[in-house]
Design a protein around this ligand. Structure first.
Ligand code: ATP
Length: 756
């Protein structure tokens, strides 16, 4: 569908021009292949070098190997549609824009990285504000081949009304193409309002509000790539964290960043933000709401403090036959001193234990000395006797038990008395909701509670601090090696044509990573105390106050890009306004940007969704749809017919209309089983069920899993069931997923507004 036809709209883009671009792009690929061969050769060479020698030699070699591997992976990842634009400037320069920068051996620039400042005008120049650009040319590639070109001639005489779309043909071709179940990049057709957000400054918190299909996810991803490129020094070692709502969503977007030549972004769903925990969604919205409240931080704080207990009575301890008394007053004094250190529970425990062991040893010494009339011979053993006494150990543990976050939170919800003591502010019915079996799996709502507990408990292992110091020493050693390695570096590496200069820091990172894990990303995810340089949050309206609290801990600099749509909130603990969600964490230090154009959903369908929301009393941002679709929403009123029967009957028509596109069936969770088994009888393995089955062409899922995704066609079964109490989020989300067709199958009266 991407024939050279789109060039016909534009005079001057003749066949010769197309040929010219084909030749130029072939040259770019030749250069890419050459660089790739270089890297393969260098890698082989480095690997051949004997591993004999000092640690320094080895780590130099490993550093280069990892570096070459990364570069090679990058060169491979940008192969598809390598170039996508050309700028013709007033001074006659022609500048090609692509996924990475490329130059010849003698440093003549062949192509500019899309993130470089010199590429900015490709996205920003308009006929009103030409910014030195005479012509913007979109190169439309399929794999390696130029299929079409499309020109925007920025000549004031060609001005039309209003803000025009840039590269309309290229844009519409992208928007009309069939969905694959995986998101793709939009780097060739980023629109001006999106580009402004992608390129905004790093510092501070930026909130991007936009209705469905306005490209928020796309913008979030391209922004992450842009920031890493532009603020390389600051972000390379700290990394950028990208947070999304679910693991199926992460799968949906995972290929975008590599295709932009970027591998330094750590991606995690909200269930994976605590190392070692892979949480499932919280099923009961009431529980999610409760656990999401900011006051849960105090509950966890009290739960930890309650594990530092003063006994009600004196306790008699047996030490090798000698009886000692531990009084509540002694325990209280030791506890207060330990608390006064300000250290987390497990670390302050060392102080507590040390004080009481010393006091008990003194007591024992006095007792022994007064009893045995000055026999001091075995006094040196007394301290050891106290320390190894079982009674002493039990008494100290009862008063101040070492704790893991998992144990603390598990017991808090499994033992009603603990919860009551920690959460006096909760009503009994609320505490009953929180109660659960100690065996039950962790949920997404538990993750911030575990994180809070981890923060207050500190390292269980007393060597925790030493580990940190050892890591720091390792890093210093790696850095020193890397500096030496750079000095020895042969010229060919200085730059073999790919932009980007190495620093000792880069090398040290590669070095460190080589020692432990595969990538900086994985390393960061395994370390709860890792401070990211920037955090990008998608579907941010879903986050609870406690989830925000966790994320702020991951980025003490408070450098955030926050994208979402308040109207699509469906989480019970989610936000009803940005102000309300962000004030506790950012005060009023955040800036709001809006996206106003809907690129996904055709006008007729988008309007129906907005009318439905408005009729239900919810104000939503109603972005302007760029396309009219071929189809208005289709409505099947089925009366008494079973929904699965009606669905099976409707599917052939949908599949025919979509002609090989991706079809989603969205319904309330309790319906999914019967719907997918009915469909399987007809379509067998073409039917995927729920999250993570986006490779099939018919996918059955609930609104929660559909969030953030898109499909060519969507069938909603029993839409009224998706209208929650007061919130339209689920139905609104579902209605705005299609790129072509929407069909509603309903046995009841439809929600108001859907029909014009
Ligand atoms: N400038 C663009 N060029 C090409 N395609 C675009 C552009 N902007 C957005 N799109 C496409 O529009 C669709 C919607 O984008 P995206 O999923 O990022 O929207 P969203 O705002 O996150 O939507 P939602 O809130 O509904 O999940 C995607 O297919 C995306 O590729």
């Amino acid at each position: 569908m991407l024939e050279a036809e789109s060039t016909h709209h534009h005079p001057g883009t003749s066949h010769e021009e197309l040929e010219h671009e084909r030749e130029y792009v072939a040259g770019l690929y030749a250069r890419l292949d050459e660089l790739r061969e270089d890297k393969v050769r260098q890698l082989a060479e480095v690997r051949r070098t004997a591993s004999a020698g000092s640690h320094q030699n080895r780590s130099e070699r490993d550093a280069f190997a990892t570096l070459y591997e990364d570069r090679l992976a990058q060169l491979n990842a940008v192969d598809d549609r390598l170039a996508f634009g050309r700028l013709d400037l007033d001074d006659g320069e022609q500048r090609y824009i692509g996924r990475i920068g490329l130059s010849t051996d003698d440093l003549r620039q062949l192509m500019v990285d899309w993130r470089a400042p010199e590429a900015g005008t490709f996205y920003q120049a308009t006929a009103f504000e030409r910014q030195g650009v005479r012509r913007r040319r979109h190169l439309i590639l399929q794999r390696r081949e130029v299929k079409a070109i499309e020109d925007d001639v920025l000549d004031p005489s060609m001005l039309t009304e209003g803000e025009a779309l840039q590269g309309e043909g290229a844009l519409l071709a992208a928007l009309n193409s069939k969905r694959t179940g995986r998101m793709s990049d939009i780097v060739g057709t980023i629109q001006a309002e999106q580009d402004r957000i992608i390129r905004s400054p790093l510092a501070g918190a930026l909130v991007v509000q936009g209705g469905p299909g306005t490209g928020k996810t796309a913008v979030a991803l391209h922004r992450a790539a842009y920031l890493l490129y532009t603020h390389r020094d600051r972000l390379r070692s700290a990394g950028v964290l990208l947070v999304g709502p679910s693991s199926s969503f992460m799968t949906y977007i995972e290929r975008v960043l590599p295709s932009l030549g970027e591998t330094g972004v750590v991606m995690a769903s909200v269930g994976r933000l605590m190392p070692g925990i892979n949480a499932i969604p919280e099923q009961d919205p009431r529980v999610a709401e409760l656990k999401g409240r900011l006051s849960m931080a105090e509950v966890i704080g009290r739960a930890v403090a309650n594990r530092q207990r003063v006994p009600a009575q004196d306790r008699v301890l047996d030490i090798e036959g000698q009886k000692l008394t531990l009084s509540p007053k002694q325990v209280r004094r030791a506890r207060d001193k330990a608390r006064a250190t300000g250290k987390p529970h497990n670390e302050a425990r060392l102080t507590f234990v040390k004080i009481l062991l010393r006091e008990l040893t003194e007591q024992l010494t006095e007792q022994v000395e007064s009893g045995s009339l000055g026999n001091t011979a075995d006094r040196s053993y007394l301290a050891e006797d106290v320390r190894s006494s079982r009674d002493v150990r039990v008494a100290l543990n009862l008063a101040w038990m070492p704790m893991t976050p998992e144990k603390l939170v598990r017991e808090l919800f499994a033992k009603p008395a603990l919860l009551e003591a920690a959460a006096p502010g909760l009503r009994e019915a609320e505490r009953a909701l929180l109660a659960r079996d100690p065996e039950s799996p962790w949920t997404e709502a538990d993750v911030p509670l575990l994180d809070e507990a981890a923060e207050l408990l500190g390292d269980l292992d007393a060597s925790g601090g030493r580990d940190g110091a050892a890591r720091e020493a390792d890093r210093r050693r790696d850095l020193a090696n890397a500096e030496r390695a750079l000095e020895n570096m042969h010229q060919s590496l200085a730059d073999s044509g790919v932009d980007g200069v190495l620093s000792a820091d880069d090398l040290a990172d590669h070095n460190a990573v080589q020692d432990d894990y595969a990538t900086t990303a994985e390393r960061a995810l395994l370390d709860r105390s890792w401070a990211f340089g920037h955090v990008v949050v998608d579907e941010a309206q879903e986050l609870s106050a406690m989830q925000w609290r966790l994320l702020l801990r991951r980025c003490p600099l408070k450098s955030f890009t926050i994208v979402g749509d308040i109207a699509q909130t469906s989480a019970a603990a989610g936000a009803s306004s940005w102000q309300q969600a962000l004030a506790p964490h950012f005060g009023d230090r955040w800036q709001l940007e809006e996206l106003t154009v809907n690129y996904r959903t055709p006008a007729q369908i988008a309007e129906a969704a907005v009318r439905m929301a408005n009729a239900a009393g919810q104000v939503v941002s109603a972005p302007k749809a760029v396309r009219d679709g071929r189809w208005a929403p289709i409505i099947d009123r089925i009366g008494g017919v079973q929904p699965q029967t009606a669905l099976v009957k409707a599917i052939p028509e949908e599949l025919a209309a979509l002609d090989g596109g991706l079809l989603a069936v969205i319904a309330a969770p309790h319906r999914l089983g019967e719907l997918s088994s009915a469909l399987r009888k007809m379509y067998g393995r073409r039917v995927g069920h729920g999250a993570g089955s986006l490779e099939q062409d018919i996918v059955v899922l609930d609104p929660r899993d559909a969030k953030g995704l898109e499909f060519d066609g969507v069938v909603i079964v029993e839409p009224t069931e998706l209208l929650g109490s007061g919130r339209v989020g689920d139905l609104y989300v579902s209605m705005t997923r299609p790129t072509q067709r929407l069909r509603l199958i309903s046995s009841t009266e439809l929600p108001e507004g859907i029909e014009a």
